[in-house]
Design a binder for this molecule. Structure first.
Ligand SMILES: Cc1cc2nc3c(=O)[nH]c(=O)nc-3n(C[C@H](O)[C@H](O)[C@H](O)COP(=O)(O)O)c2cc1C
Length: 301
């Protein structure tokens, strides 16, 4: 068997697949379960300064090729999340995902995640359905630079920035992260989307619009990673529509050093990590790739 070890933005992983933020990662026990299913690390649910109930129901629906959700970042707030982190970090590597309105919020939250034992922080600069947060702060390169710089000065663990595909200046945003000293970028969050119920003649979600995830977004994510690889030197983590080893291989060949899986934990089941790991190592053995690093970005050659 070839090795699936990889190194991204200051973190060494035995397996390249991580749980994406927001799916099976809101409690300590659910994160622990994901390690036993073959995830190399877990990215926590995005956590903010205060408890947040999220948007009212309906906030989630299945569509062809994935889900549209407008959960609205429900979370218990950073103080109460300590307990979940303590449980999860005893079982494996946990990346603390955080969201805020500006540099001060992000720095404070990152410091807490570092205290709680997170191996890295992932800045959610990309949620498409949380007013004043997420992509509203993550589509302005100067704001992104300010936030990443502030967090870099506040913590000593690696800082990853999760980017939105809902912009035509993705490479500039990636460059802003790199120039601010960010250790890696994560692409992509969900695509801004809407579902209308014809019987009720109105949008189905209480928030009207939400974010599309799942296999339908994979070509968008692969393109985003490919574009980012052409301009960035820092590592890229690919996410969006990965449900089998071929999807993961596409992201790696586009330029990703590791990947995350979200929706497929629901559509396939948590065992998706085991089957991706198995399929990827068989493919690498057959096609002569001795490591994830040797396959990263080969589609550019
Ligand atoms: C129900 C749900 C909740 C999510 N919550 C978060 C979140 O809290 N923070 C975040 O950065 N991304 C969140 N995401 C986005 C995922 O982490 C991921 O970027 C996106 O779903 C694309 O990957 P996938 O197609 O594998 O799901 C969420 C996605 C879903 C479906």
């Amino acid at each position: 068997m070839v090795s699936l070890k990889t190194s991204i933005g200051g973190i060494d992983l035995d397996k390249p697949g991580m749980v994406a933020s927001g799916i099976m990662d809101e409690t300590g026990p659910s994160m622990v379960r994901m390690f036993s299913c073959g995830a190399g690390a877990v990215v926590s649910k995005s956590v903010g300064l205060e408890p947040n109930a999220g948007h009212a129901n309906p906030c989630f629906t299945e569509v062809d090729g994935g889900y549209v959700n407008a959960m609205g970042l429900p979370n218990p707030g950073i103080e109460l999340f300590r307990e979940e982190m303590e449980t999860a970090t005893r079982a494996g590597k946990v990346v603390g995902s955080i969201y805020g309105a500006g540099p001060e919020d992000f720095s404070m939250l990152a410091g807490k995640m570092e205290d709680y034992g997170a191996c890295a922080v992932e800045l959610n600069l990309s949620c498409p359905h949380a007013k004043g947060y997420g992509m509203e702060v993550g589509t302005d390169p100067s704001m992104v630079k300010e936030i990443v710089s502030a967090v870099k000065s506040a913590v000593s663990i690696p800082v990853w920035a999760k980017l939105t595909p809902n912009t035509h200046i993705l490479p500039s945003i990636g460059m802003a992260v790199q120039e601010a000293g960010g250790d890696a970028v994560v692409a992509i969050n969900t695509l801004k989307a809407m579902v209308i119920c014809p019987e009720f003649a109105r949008p189905l979600l209480s928030n009207k619009f939400g974010g599309l995830s799942g296999s339908a977004v994979k070509p968008v994510g692969v393109r985003a990673v490919y574009d980012l690889r052409t301009v960035l030197d820092i590592p890229i983590i690919g996410v969006g529509g990965i449900s089998n080893w071929r999807d993961a291989a596409e992201y790696i060949m586009a330029g990703a050093s590791a990947f995350q899986v979200g929706s497929a934990i629901g559509t396939v089941g948590p065992e998706v990590f085991g089957s991706i790991n198995e399929g990827l190592s068989s493919f690498m053995e057959e096609y002569g790739y001795p490591s994830i690093g040797s396959m990263t970005g080969v589609a550019h050659d």
